[in-house]
Design a protein around this ligand. Sequence first.
Ligand code: ATP
Length: 285
Amino acid sequence: MERLSLRAPAKVNLRLEVLGKRPDDYHEIKTWMYPISLADELTVVREASAGISLACSHPGLPVKEENLAYRAAALFLKEHALAGGVRIKLTKRIPVAAGLGGGSSDAATVLKAMDILWQTQMPPEALQEMGAALGSDVPFFIVGKGAVMGGRGERVMSVLPPLTAWLVLVNPGVPLSTQQVYQQGKWGLTKQGGETKIPKPPQDLKKMGDFLRNDLERPARELLPIIGEIKEKLHAAGAHGVLMAGSGPTVFGFCATEAEAQQAAREATRAKGWLSFVAHTLTEA
Ligand code: ATP
């Protein structure tokens, strides 16, 4: 096989707990994540001649080392000391710097595709380790299903049961830097010990609101108050549990059906110029 097309899904964090700042300046977190059907599309082609070429549909994104898809390909070729090269076509559908993990998912998908194309048969743990060198969220996308992640987000703590739910997502069209949000939070040093049990998300949507939590929401709202406005609109549109996604600024809400999610998307974005998406959680990426 020389060519492979794969979808790179976005994610939502149903819970994101910041446990504190670490001596290495990263933050220790515990987060419950699911991949969703909103996805970028990647075609990866194995080439006999050396070099990496990336074509990306998003004009604002770099196509060299600064792009996580490119960086993933470079790392894979280097780690396996491969002589050939790779051609990548990336169609972006996930909004950029939106808290939905798009760049990390692209990187994980390139690693997965190259492992298949070069028949390197890497165990999932080895792929996750390679991914962790690219970004904290990359190992989650290697897992590709609901999971609780710890450390700086790169450590798989537990795989979650499948969750079937419709979502409405609203993005104000303004990027928000993850680093800036963490800085705004001003957390103390990581507490030792702490809560060890891992609650599972409820299957009953009416109970979802009590489960949702995102410690990054307060600092993100201080930087971008429009996040609060989007939350109000989604509540008013009838979504069951509403939360900011990751480091924001995208906000998502749970809906009972696809039709309800479509309706909420229309109501929430009316005359605001916000972007909206309807998606569902994935049981397997
Ligand atoms: P994170 O929390 O990891 O920042 P995010 O979902 O908020 O994730 P991304 O869409 O992954 O944000 O983009 C974060 C930054 O990474 C952007 O500023 C962008 O310039 C850079 N980037 C590099 N490669 C990509 C890519 N393939 N897709 C999206 N962004 C990328």
